[in-house]
Write a protein that binds this ligand. Structure first.
Ligand SMILES: Nc1ncnc2c1ncn2[C@@H]1O[C@H](COP(=O)(O)OP(=O)(O)O)[C@@H](O)[C@H]1O
Ligand SMILES: [Mg+2]
Length: 387
């Protein structure tokens, strides 16, 4: 245990603890014995494909859905006994659930005005808090507008201010940016990260978008079919995936059937892909587009089929036997190589991941020639060579 973990324990352990939560809908297992510890002030992303159980888990944390078994702890307290309304959670959904007949100001004030009179804040105090929140989400100037007069991104910022108005202990966000266009989504992602740095509210963010999760979260929980595949910092899950599923889900990659023999990773016809410290036997090697390189060679087995040359990276589709491989390289390198479509090339894997067991961790795929990973083009011999 590192010092940070020890300190977190001293300060009061987890903010939210998910203990052995399972949930079925009819015969369908939506969540299967899920465990999760969320630390105070942490922003955790639940990342997984559609149907992997993210929303179900978030709704169970919020108290909007009851689990079949397991417990949700908020600090030392068993939240399972509390109704959703008593859990002090703020919730933001994908589709803006703003009240259309209320102004932005009234929308944000809503949660404070519906409190029973005895506990309700004074009018002036409510107005002050709403004004502050609108400043926090940078929408003070739109206080008197109606939701229909706002852009999608602005509406989601209002929804966030409204969720924060009740001063929740926990903020839960279910794909809040999914309905927005890519550029706005990216802006809001950065904006939310900055906001989180400011308020440090324990937050759980659901998304199926890898980039969003990896850029936004302190830790990422990768889910598949109702189970947690891996929990870790973005850099760790990306570089050390716990399973083939995690590797494939976290970004573009090339999949190559192969075989490990005495530390060598061999393709179907015996061509050498590289080396890996893995047990002998059938395996799957993954090489991401930017980890694959091409080297001009007139009698080589692979052919460049397509090149997209916009942006800082050139993206190639390289036909190698029956497989099309994605390769990405900086424009400068592409220009230096002087290649074009239909040229023949050798391929070299700089790095990669080798799975002898798809449900287990990867062994690192490295080039055969140590110390010269960029230059040593280990030829993927033969597999694509015409008869
Ligand atoms: N109320 C429900 N009734 C029946 N099946 C449901 C219900 N809610 C979710 N499911 C099913 O449970 C699985 C997980 O759903 P969900 O938690 O919404 O996944 P995600 O948010 O990751 O897309 C899906 O197969 C979904 O169809
Ligand atoms: Mg969902």
């Amino acid at each position: 245990m590192n010092t940070a973990t020890v300190n977190a324990k001293k300060i009061g352990g987890s903010a939210i603890e998910v203990r052995a939560i399972s949930k079925r809908f009819g015969d369908h297992v939506a969540l299967d014995n899920v465990h999760l510890d969320i630390r105070p002030g942490e922003l955790v992303a639940l990342l997984g494909p559609s149907g992997s159980g993210k929303t179900s888990l978030l709704r169970i944390i919020a108290g909007l859905e009851a689990p079949d078994s397991g417990q949700i702890m908020f600090g030392a307290e068993d939240a399972s006994r509390r109704q959703a309304g008593e859990r002090e959670v703020g919730f933001v959904f994908q589709h803006y659930a703003l009240f259309r007949h209320m102004t932005v100001f009234e929308n944000v004030a809503f949660g404070l005005r519906v409190v029973p009179r005895a506990r309700r804040l004074a009018r002036g105090v409510i107005a002050e808090r709403v004004t502050k929140l609108l400043e926090l989400v940078q929408l003070g100037w739109l206080a008197d507008r109606y939701p229909s007069q706002l852009s999608g991104g602005q509406r989601q910022r209002v929804a966030l201010a409204r969720a924060l108005a009740i001063e929740p202990k926990v903020l839960l966000l279910d794909e809040p940016f999914a309905a927005l266009d890519a550029k706005v989504r990216k802006e809001l992602r950065r904006w939310l990260r900055a906001l989180h740095e400011e308020v440090k509210l324990t937050s759980v963010f659901v998304t199926h978008d890898q980039d969003e999760a990896l850029e936004l979260a302190d830790r990422v929980v990768v889910m598949s079919a109702g189970k947690v595949e891996q929990i870790g910092a973005p850099g760790d899950v990306y570089t050390a995936p716990a399973s083939a599923f995690v590797h494939e889900f976290l970004g573009d990659t090339n999949r190559l059937a192969c075989r490990v023999a005495a530390g060598r990773v061999l393709l179907a016809d015996g061509g050498v892909l590289g080396r890996a410290e893995a047990p002998d036997g059938e395996a799957i090697a993954y090489v991401r587009p930017h980890e694959l390189d091409v080297v001009p060679s007139a009698d080589a087995p692979a052919v460049i089929h397509h090149a997209s040359t916009f942006g800082p990276l050139v993206r190639l589709i390289v036909a190698f036997g029956a497989t099309n491989l994605d390769v990405a390289m900086p424009v400068e390198r592409w220009v230096r190589l002087g290649l074009s479509v239909n040229d023949r090339v050798d391929l070299a894997a700089r790095y990669g991941a080798v799975f002898t067991d798809p449900a287990g961790p990867a062994a690192r795929l490295l080039p055969m020639v140590p110390g010269a990973p960029f230059a040593a083009a280990v030829r993927l011999q033969g597999a694509g060579r015409r008869a």
